[in-house]
Write a protein that binds this ligand. Structure first.
Ligand SMILES: [Fe+2]
Length: 280
């Protein structure tokens, strides 16, 4: 089951709605795993869209009622996600409900929903503003590697203290699947995240509670969303230090994209390695 009791924020009405959102997402993931009929995809997407709109409206009303200070930034996250879902609907309606795009959607929704409920929504009740805490780092690559670790802990319960970090000089990052994010503004360059197949599958298995065997579009799009979240957090940390940093949408590849990185960090976890490189 995708829903975990640790995801509760302690407001019954909102928790019930979150459970329903997880139930729909689980139905979506099951449908793409089994290769469902177009009518099934249409029904699930239609319900997901309506429920997302209904839930966001209600959650925002709750935030207003308690005068939550982070409401504007939170509303913006809701707005962006609604736009993402609507954009998928447009694409699917225009090009047909194909399995590849449905898997893409399922991966994106899974990763976004878990992070939003586990991290962002928890802050409504703790009263904390939505931006993350300040991180200490020596090099930019340390910041990106630690943001990736934080993300894996939040999303998949990975124990950070058991992970080993090692500098890998100017070697090319190793991995079975790479996600690259372009950094713009004061910090110009790119951050590359190489995931081993074992780690990628483990992350998705612990997020969905399902057994997965291949790094398909579902896993790939979830990895892109996870990387996007962790880079977004790193960029926020940099901006807090007075270094403007913006990120572009993630790009996926099966081989290391381009030149050697300036500096890299290998992260060994109990579920497989990954490497993070920053090229400036
Ligand atoms: Fe929310």
């Amino acid at each position: 089951m995708m829903w975990k009791d640790t995801y509760r924020i302690g407001v019954d009405r909102i928790d019930q709605q979150h459970m329903e959102l997880f139930r729909i997402t689980e139905e979506l993931v099951n449908a793409v795993k089994e290769g469902a009929a177009v009518e099934v995809y249409q029904r699930i997407l239609g319900f997901l869209k309506d429920y997302v709109i209904y839930h966001f409206r209600d959650e925002e009303a709750y935030q207003e009622s308690i005068h939550y200070s982070g409401i504007e930034a939170h509303k913006e996250e809701h707005r962006q996600f609604t736009e993402t879902v609507l954009h998928y609907e447009e694409r699917l309606t225009a090009n047909g409900f194909n399995e590849k795009t449905m898997k893409d959607l399922a991966g994106t929704v899974t990763a976004w929903l878990i992070y939003h409920v586990v991290d962002t929504d928890q802050k409504i009740v703790s009263g904390e503003a939505p931006a993350g805490e300040e991180k200490q780092f020596d090099q930019f690559v340390d910041l990106f590697a630690h943001s990736a670790l934080d993300m894996m802990e939040t999303m998949a319960g990975l124990d950070q203290s058991s992970a080993q970090l090692q500098t890998v000089g100017s070697d090319q990052p190793q991995g079975d699947v790479f996600v690259t994010i372009q950094l713009v503004d004061d910090l110009n360059g790119k951050a590359v995240f190489g995931f081993s197949k074992e780690l990628a599958l483990h992350l998705l298995e612990s997020m969905t509670g399902m057994e997965l065997t291949e790094v398909d579009e579902l896993v790939q799009s979830a990895l892109c969303e996870l990387t996007n979240i962790s880079c977004g957090n790193a960029a926020t940390a940099l901006t807090k230090r007075g270094l403007q940093c913006d990120i572009k949408p993630p790009v996926l590849s099966n081989e290391f994209p381009g030149e050697n990185t300036g500096s890299g960090i290998r992260i060994d976890t109990a579920f497989g390695p990954m490497e993070v490189g920053v090229l400036l």
